[in-house]
Design a protein around this ligand. Structure first.
Ligand code: DP6
Length: 330
């Protein structure tokens, strides 16, 4: 329902095939390079925002529990931006829930800030075009800018200092290419270092950071070409290269950042071995130990079986191309 000062939105996580790792401006969350992602269906964040003049502070509930002030800080700062733009002083009651396990290493900040950007602006009486909403979501989390859009998404690094051109754009719709994403859950428990801190540490201390950033525009172009031609082999090569180069830049930091577990490496080998044997599948890995495997729809069951056959894989989640952030009626 979308009545005065109240709105509910849904958004999905996205997985980058050309990775975002590093910022050209930390305070505005401006990426150092472009990225390319697929928004996923089947997993979602639902966020309800009510601005209420009787509240004395923001109340933020995540998965049924009230967030303590420290954990809520990033969201309160985000709500402050929305209040400022809408010239509104009321505090907000935010109820947000994810239907996927946080242990799956799917960036809940991406779907979370995309859903919050749409619900909060609408509840505050603002009407934003998708690109503007993407700029706003980016201020919450860089990858959230991409979850505003469905299907295949290009996040522009932008050149302006104010960040108004650093937003995402849909480059192919949900039904362009029916690839599936299977998440092999490789470990339990929270990651040791979050992506915001880790990418800054990489930028500050890794001798491979500059070469990594310099390389992204070409891999992004290659990925766009592969996507347009629906060339799976080309997309597999460029996506694995982007993932390995991102992780190489992080590993070369001082001290080095290593997100992988032994099982992560086992799954990489299993995927490459199966691909050599003719199974169309490739991997990507974010700031954690889990493997996200991509394959055409017809290979989904074989890939699921392959992932489950590796000793130590705890679970396999299935997703397909999904829609962008949207308002929902209650
Ligand atoms: C490895 O978007 O979580 O998933 O902008 O600091 O919130 P902040 O970082 P975040 O970083 C995502 C990093 C990644 C790669 C990607 O999604 O492109």
């Amino acid at each position: 329902m979308t009545t005065a000062h109240h709105a509910t939105a849904i958004a999905h996580p996205n997985i980058a095939l050309i990775k975002y790792w590093g910022k050209r401006d930390v305070s505005l969350n401006l990426p150092g390079a472009p990225s390319l992602s697929l928004t996923l269906d089947g997993l979602h964040t639902r966020t309800e925002v009510t601005f209420d003049e009787t509240l004395h502070e923001d109340r933020i509930e995540l998965d049924g529990a009230l967030l303590p002030a420290k954990k809520a800080a990033r969201l309160v700062t985000f709500l402050d931006r929305v209040r400022q733009r809408a010239d509104l002083e009321w505090h907000a009651h935010v109820i947000t829930a994810n239907d996927f396990p946080t242990s799956a290493g799917l960036a809940s900040s991406a779907s979370g800030f995309a859903a919050l950007a749409l619900a909060a602006t609408t509840a505050a009486g603002l009407t934003y075009a998708p690109a503007e909403l993407s700029v706003l979501a980016r201020l919450g989390s860089g990858s959230a800018a991409r979850s505003i859009f469905g299907g295949w998404v290009h996040m522009h690094a932008g050149a302006r200092e104010d960040g108004t051109d650093a937003h995402a754009e849909q480059i192919a719709p949900v039904d362009h290419w029916d690839l599936r994403c299977l998440v092999a859950v490789c470990a339990q428990g929270p990651k040791e270092i979050g992506s915001t801190e880790a990418m800054q540490h990489t930028a500050d201390t890794s001798p491979y950071y500059e070469p990594w950033i310099a390389d992204v525009p070409q891999t992004l172009k290659d990925a766009r070409d592969a996507l347009k031609a629906r060339n799976f082999t080309q997309l597999a090569n460029v996506a694995e290269a982007s993932c390995l180069r991102m992780h190489a830049s992080a590993m070369a930091a001082d001290p080095g950042i290593l997100y992988w577990k032994g099982i992560t490496v086992e799954v990489i080998h299993a995927i490459r071995h199966a691909r050599r044997g003719g199974l169309p599948v490739f991997f990507t890995i974010d700031a954690g130990p889990h493997i996200k495997a991509f394959c055409p729809a017809e290979a989904e069951e074989d890939v699921a079986q392959l992932l489950r056959s590796v000793d130590g894989v705890l679970d396999v989640l299935h997703a397909r191309p999904g829609r962008g952030a949207r308002l929902v009626e209650e």
